[in-house]
Design a protein around this ligand. Structure first.
Ligand code: ARG
Length: 263
């Protein structure tokens, strides 16, 4: 029974990932997404990243980032329209002006800050190594030398994997697809954001996989906006309000089941 349920959940999970890609393709085929007027913020996200962003069976966006962004929109007097985009298209879309913001568990990095602006940090995360359950050989990044690693394309996880000498890195359009590659035994490890990997394991979506060792990095997620966007201040003001009025804590508890860590 349990195995049966797990299989169903797993296939629904992969279907969601595939659906995300399909929607993206359709949007691209139609020549782009929502045009933003003054009252609407078009916000890009790659929704294969629960519990931060995913798409329900009914096709709705949901997750911590989704609730947070909607709450920010409410404070700022804007309607939020989410746009499903591949992760590595988010920054180009911001640069091209086709979206007003991106929320996608995106780590604030110096490299990205050279091309886009970020809000204040809203979540502390870090990368973790996932391996096949019972693998005792791999614990640290050094142990990945010469090994096969899967990661999501365009992410800090992929960058970190690519920094390992002699490793063969294969990149995937979504983190679930990279993790599935590990579950299938085609790679030795996945480097991905710890909260997302732990969620995939906890929900039974990726059987036979575990997280090992310590976090490889300390990263902070931020909402990305076009360089010099006039909306940065409004987003930061809204975020600060949500932190003081308890809304942030409420959303955090809804998705992580615990109080947020002290800032
Ligand atoms: N935090 C990592 C990065 O910024 C991974 C984010 C992936 N997000 C997603 N929605 N798939 O590179």
């Amino acid at each position: 029974m349990q195995l049966f349920m797990m299989k169903i959940m797993r296939s629904a999970f992969l279907k969601n990932a595939a659906l995300g890609l399909l929607t993206t393709g359709l949007l691209a085929a139609c020549g782009g997404g929502a045009q933003s007027d003054g009252d609407v913020w078009s916000v890009g996200t790659e929704p294969g990243f629960p519990p931060f962003e995913s798409i329900t069976n009914e096709g709705e966006f949901e997750g911590f980032d989704i609730d947070l962004m909607r709450a920010i929109g409410e404070k700022a007097g804007k309607t939020i329209e989410f746009e499903n985009l591949p992760f590595d298209s988010l920054i180009p879309a911001l640069q091209g002006g086709s979206i007003d913001a991106a929320i996608s568990g995106m780590t604030i990095t110096e490299e990205r800050e050279a091309t886009v602006d970020f809000s204040d940090p809203y979540f502390k995360a870090g990368l973790a190594i996932a391996v096949e359950k019972g693998n005792t050989e791999i614990k640290t990044l050094d142990d990945l030398e010469g090994k096969k690693i899967a990661a999501q394309i365009g992410t800090t996880g992929a960058d970190t994997a690519n920094s390992v000498p002699g490793a063969t890195v294969s990149t995937f359009d979504s983190a679930p697809l990279a993790l599935q590659e590990l579950a299938n035994g085609n790679v030795d490890a996945v480097v991905n954001d710890a909260p997302a990997t732990l969620d995939a394991i906890a929900t039974g979506n990726i059987p036979g996989v575990e997280v090992v060792g310590e976090l490889l990095t300390e990263e902070s997620y931020g909402i990305a906006l076009p360089a010099d966007s006039e909306n940065v201040a409004a987003v930061n003001a809204a975020l600060a309000e949500l932190k003081t009025d308890g809304t942030y804590a409420e959303i955090y508890k809804k998705w992580f089941g615990v109080e947020p860590p002290a800032q």
